[in-house]
Write a protein that binds this ligand. Structure first.
Ligand SMILES: [Zn+2]
Length: 572
């Protein structure tokens, strides 16, 4: 591609609306253009990268027997009602009506559609297993789209669905897909960590997310350095180490006047004691009813875990009126002693002695609270946020908490969809059975952003060779020197013939501008034809990754570049 024939709309300034590196660089380097909130055009450079990721996905899925199809984006509302997910997905679904006022969904995912295909076309065990996938645009009505293509309303996704005759087969397919995902992300130049994850609205009984570690990530991941245990903090199990000496004698419970003191920190300073001596009591509503949620003062409540423990998605912090009605006190003075509503407690308050907690009375706390002497033992569950330093459930090592961007997720779905949508088959004995399903997603556009998050520097993007939109930039430094320009064109043509994807920067621009743009766009290899070295018959080959530079004779340059490119591709 000649630079002057292509479309490389680079920007000098960092776009103000972009908060994270990948979003800034995709805009600045001319990969995407925003249409409106959460909606982006993939400009020619962006599309090339997307296609490279797609090719890797197709190759690796093909290797494990998955087959590609393409399902409609527009789906009738009825099929979502049949599966029961019309309400469950709720506001997240983009909806529209046709001229007859019939409602359609713009697909956020395709379990319903693919299961319908199997229910109509598969009837014998001989047709199983089946593993379908597609690469397609998906829609989610995100309330707050952000970070560019990381959280957009419209995005490109690979979604796959497997159907096996039994659980054993489904487990094997799950493992095959898990391994395929590891290869896909590795080939994309990503360090992605598989972590145990919540199954959320997909349902099912086991799931892993593939997380790209990045400070800008929206997900927290608990990782054990000792045994490698890794889980989304929404799921990560805790054994809160007991901070009690265990030998403290229970004291006499008494009330203390604590005017205007509400937060644990304020109270800890007032009582001259540690936050772990406090029982925090927060009033939530679950399915409309008030619930007191207890945890130790140094622990925070994880609402995803709380929802799972209360077995409903309809959980929220109560408003001040509800709190006052439930506890008899204004916000900030709730406690378990004498409370009449349902109570659920995090494991962290187990064995706590002489605790401080709210008295359910304005401006009052109670000290020396002990369970079960002063209040009945509540329901217990692991509902606290995992923190760095917590103990690992597997090996008693120490957990670290890092941030990550989720680029893929695999689920064991079981028979949830095959039963409700009738994806059944006849086994060897003529008995009707539901197929056992799995589903597997990769956010393709988000993967591109994640690659940039992990591969950039102050000058721009540093593409891994396998993903770069073009592998090489040929940079003739003087467009006035005819011999130099003609040598550059010759080199560019030679590279094309060798199957190398090259761009020749044939603009009448200064060396500085050409270098800056090449680094911003992120070509892995620059071939520089400077007037001085060219006179000596040489060109400079410079690697974007480490700035390593080699001077080679002009006539050897094409083969040398080809070797460098192929080496890096094979490296994966
Ligand atoms: Zn461990």
């Amino acid at each position: 591609m000649r630079y002057t024939n292509g479309f490389f709309p680079t920007l000098k300034e960092i776009p103000q609306e972009a908060e994270i590196a990948s979003h800034q660089l995709m805009i600045r380097a001319g990969y995407i253009q925003k249409l409106s909130s959460g909606l982006y055009t993939y400009l020619p450079l962006g599309l090339r990268v997307i296609q490279k990721v797609q090719n890797i996905i197709r190759e690796e899925l093909g290797r494990c027997g998955a087959i590609e199809l393409l399902m409609p984006i527009l789906q009738p509302r009825e099929i979502w009602e049949r599966s029961g997910r019309y309400t469950l997905m709720g506001e997240l679904m983009m909806k529209c009506k046709n001229r007859e006022q019939k409602e359609f969904i713009l697909a956020p995912t395709h379990e319903e559609i693919v299961t319908d295909i199997v229910s109509r076309r598969v009837n014998s065990y001989k047709q199983l297993p089946l593993n379908f996938y597609q690469i397609q645009t998906k829609f989610r009505d995100e309330l707050r789209p952000r970070f560019g293509v990381v959280r957009a309303k419209e995005f490109i996704m690979k979604d796959g669905y497997s159907f096996d005759a039994d659980q054993e087969g489904a487990d094997k397919t799950y493992l095959d897909m898990y391994k395929a995902y590891e290869r896909i992300f590795k080939r994309c130049g990503l360090k992605a960590v598989p972590v145990r994850a919540d199954t959320g609205v997909m349902g099912g009984n086991e799931s892993h997310e593939f997380m790209v570690l990045a400070a800008s990530g929206e997900d927290g991941i608990a990782i054990c350095k000792g045994c490698g245990y890794a889980a989304n903090t929404e799921l990560a199990e805790r054994i809160p180490a007991s901070r009690e000496g265990g030998k403290e004698m229970p004291g006499a419970m008494s009330e203390v006047h604590t005017p205007e003191l509400r937060s644990v920190d304020e109270l800890a300073a007032f009582f001259k004691t540690d936050p772990h001596k406090f029982i925090k009591t927060m009033i939530y509503t679950a399915g409309g009813d008030p619930v007191a949620v207890l945890c130790r003062g140094d622990v925070d409540i994880n609402e995803v875990k709380l929802k799972r423990a209360l077995n409903t998605q309809d959980v929220a912090l109560a408003d001040p009126v509800t709190i006052e009605r439930a506890t008899g006190a204004p916000v900030g003075f709730a406690g378990p002693v004498g409370l009449k509503i349902r109570m659920i407690a995090d494991l962290s308050i187990h064995g706590i002695t002489n605790a401080v907690t709210g008295a359910n009375k304005k401006d009052t706390h109670v000290v020396n609270v002990n369970m079960p002497r002063d209040f009945k033992a509540p329901e217990f569950a692991d509902i606290g946020v995992v923190k760095a330093g917590d103990e690992c459930v597997k090996c008693q090592g120490t957990l670290d908490v890092q941030r990550g961007v989720e680029v893929g997720q695999v689920f064991k779905l079981g028979t949830k969809y095959s039963i409700t949508l009738d994806a059944t088959y006849l086994d060897k004995n003529g008995e009707k059975k539901p197929a056992v399903m799995g589903c597997y997603g990769i956010g393709v556009s988000r993967t591109v952003a994640a690659i940039i998050e992990q591969n950039n520097d102050e000058n721009g993007i540093v593409w891994p060779m396998a993903i770069a939109p073009y592998e090489v930039a040929v940079l003739p430094i003087s467009m006035k020197d005819e011999a130099l320009v003609s040598a550059a064109m010759g080199l560019y043509n030679a590279l094309q013939k060798l199957g190398i994807e090259a761009v020749i920067d044939d603009r009448e621009e200064s060396a500085g501008i050409k270098f800056k743009d090449a680094d911003l766009i992120g070509f892995p290899v620059k071939v520089i034809l400077g007037p001085k070295s060219f006179k000596e018959g040489n060109v400079e080959i410079k690697m974007r990754k480490d700035g390593k530079s080699t001077i080679v004779p002009c006539e050897e340059a094409a083969l040398k570049v080809r070797d460098l490119v192929n080496q890096e591709k094979l490296y994966v």
